[in-house]
Design a protein around this ligand. Structure first.
Ligand SMILES: [Zn+2]
Length: 547
């Protein structure tokens, strides 16, 4: 009987290839094996469906043996990149593109260059090596085209089944980008008006200061030393964000969007428009230029009359630049002002969020970086040292070094508490009635339950510092009953849903559709229900109280 496969014919085929083709052929086999290994790794470690794995294997192997270079790379590159990202997400956060792809994709416009370059240090050496090798192998594959022929229908079949392979993990992102189907909401949004009553509002200046990744226990501790300086300060002790990320939590501070509203956009305008309708000049201070993007946050940001990027440089990214900008705006004219500020806060990496003077708890992850240099070789050397040090810090950012990470976080929080107190002091010094709301956007898990930041499986991912400060002039003009109610609600189990109406009421703005049930100055609440939170798990609804 004639053997179907002869090893000699394969070796014959290989030795007849040109040198370049030999390398390329080996590259092809290696790249395919690499992709298969990654996908099988994910199959054994996570709950990926077996059908996806089999379809992927068929597509990869067929393309490896029979496809021309373009078609080969069209199959391999998406599968390869997606599997590397998923391995990273799984190992770092116990997530995947399938569970949190839309959420992560929505974050991109709210991320600046510094955050991206800082993120590089969080990618494991293995993952970087895999990316580099994959890129090298795919380049190498360009020099060989198989001579074996197959039927056209097989090509067709492979491309037809390819979307059901491992690349299916990208569907949440595709859906988020192309099929939001929320035109009707945007239509309502464009025509929305608050129509506030034409009466004199009480507050001249209203500052809404939004923190970043500040969680309650550490912030409360750091802020204690400033409390005495502020007489009419109302600190909420049991207030949570309901989302673990900026994109979804900020709209719950700046608009009346509630947790039950799970759509991307919101049919109402935000605090900016309400205050503008009431006769205020509106300002928004941010450390990026993200108002140009199209997403649910930029819709809100675009409502402001004045957008100020307070940190145009990308190095040394912390909040020291807010004060001079704020001072300039407050002195500008006598108009009533709403100033919303988004802090950089303690966004990872914590060691970059505070100046060296605040590096008091040691050991910490902060490393001393040399000063900026004018001469090119010295600046290059400085950059190289910085790169090495950030690499070292990244290696230390491990569960075993929780103490080190907590020290760094608390140092950064000390600095943020100081910034918040200084901004509050601007309000204290105003002779006109003025008010400040400070609320973090969301909290943070610091290995409370095994993970750093994501998945948000701990209460501290949601328990946030939030407080309202009235200067003497506003406290004097305010209705004592309102302030009594506010004091009464400080320990209630609250969410960010209550901040909008409370600030509006304290500013003295009244409008027909106001939701009194969310106004903490309206009555003394007696809240008992559990508070739902977004944990990025889609199996069932999770409650803060059960985390
Ligand atoms: Zn955030």
């Amino acid at each position: 009987m004639k053997p179907i496969f002869k090893l000699s014919s394969l070796t014959n085929f290989f030795f007849h290839l040109l040198f370049k083709e030999k390398i390329s052929f080996v590259g092809r086999i290696l790249f395919t094996s690499m992709c298969l290994t990654f996908i099988f790794y994910l199959y054994f470690k996570t709950d990926i469906l077996p059908e996806k794995v089999y379809i992927s294997a068929v597509c990869l192997i067929t393309a490896c043996l029979f496809f021309g270079k373009t078609a080969y790379l069209m199959i391999h590159i998406p599968l390869f990149l997606l599997s590397v990202i998923d391995i990273h997400l799984f190992k770092t956060y116990s997530l995947s593109m399938f569970s949190a792809g839309d959420w992560l994709y929505a974050l991109i416009p709210d991320t600046n260059k510094t955050e991206i370059s800082e993120y590089w240090s969080k990618i494991a050496v293995f993952e970087k090596t895999a990316l580099f090798t994959g890129l090298l192998l795919s380049l190498c594959c360009l020099f060989y085209t198989p001579t074996f022929k197959i039927k056209k229908s097989v090509y067709f079949l492979i491309f037809m089944i390819f979307p059901f392979s491992y690349v299916e993990h990208i569907t949440p992102v595709v859906y988020y980008h192309f099929f939001d189907n929320e035109d009707n909401i945007l239509q309502k949004y464009r025509h929305f008006r608050f129509d506030p009553e034409k009466k004199r509002q009480t507050a001249q200046n209203v500052i809404v200061l939004i923190g970043e990744s500040h969680r309650y226990p550490e912030f409360h501790f750091s802020f204690q030393k400033y409390v005495k300086s502020f007489k009419h300060l109302y600190e909420f002790n049991n207030l949570i964000s309901m989302h673990p990320g900026t994109m979804n939590s900020v709209p719950m501070i700046l608009s009346r969007k509630k947790f039950t509203d799970q759509t991307k956009y919101f049919s109402e305008k935000s605090l900016f428009s309400l205050f503008e309708e009431a006769g205020y000049d509106t300002y928004f201070l941010h450390y990026t230029d993200n108002s140009k993007e199209r997403n649910h946050l930029s819709f809100i940001y675009n409502e402001t009359q004045n957008f100020v990027n307070y940190h145009p440089e990308t190095e040394g990214l912390h909040d020291s630049r807010i004060r001079p900008e704020l001072s300039r705006i407050l002195k500008k004219d006598k108009n009533k002002k709403l100033i919303v500020i988004k802090m950089m806060g303690v966004h990872e990496n914590f060691e970059n969020r505070y100046p060296p003077a605040y590096d008091t708890r040691k050991p910490s992850l902060q490393y001393v970086t040399p000063e900026k240099n004018k001469s090119f070789p010295d600046e290059l050397k400085r950059k190289a040292i910085n790169f090495f040090l950030s690499f070292k810090a990244a290696r230390q950012r491990q569960k075993e070094n929780r103490e080190l990470i907590l020290n760094t976080y608390q140092n950064a929080i000390d600095y943020s508490a100081n910034i918040v107190a200084e901004i509050m002091d601007f309000i204290r010094k105003q002779t006109d009635p003025s008010l400040l709301l400070f609320s973090s956007d969301h909290g943070f898990c610091l290995y409370d339950k095994g993970f750093l930041h994501l998945p948000p499986n701990c209460q501290n991912a949601f328990h946030i510092p939030a407080m309202i400060y009235l200067n003497a002039s506003l406290a004097k003009e305010s209705d004592p009953e309102k302030l009594k109610n506010l004091s009464c609600n400080l320990n209630q189990p609250l969410t960010q849903e209550y901040l909008f109406e409370t600030v509006v009421s304290l500013a003295g703005i009244a409008y027909p559709s106001a939701q009194k049930e969310y106004d903490l100055t309206a009555d003394c609440k007696n809240l008992k229900t559990k508070r739902p939170v977004e944990t990025l798990k889609r199996d069932h609804l999770y409650y803060y109280e059960d985390l």
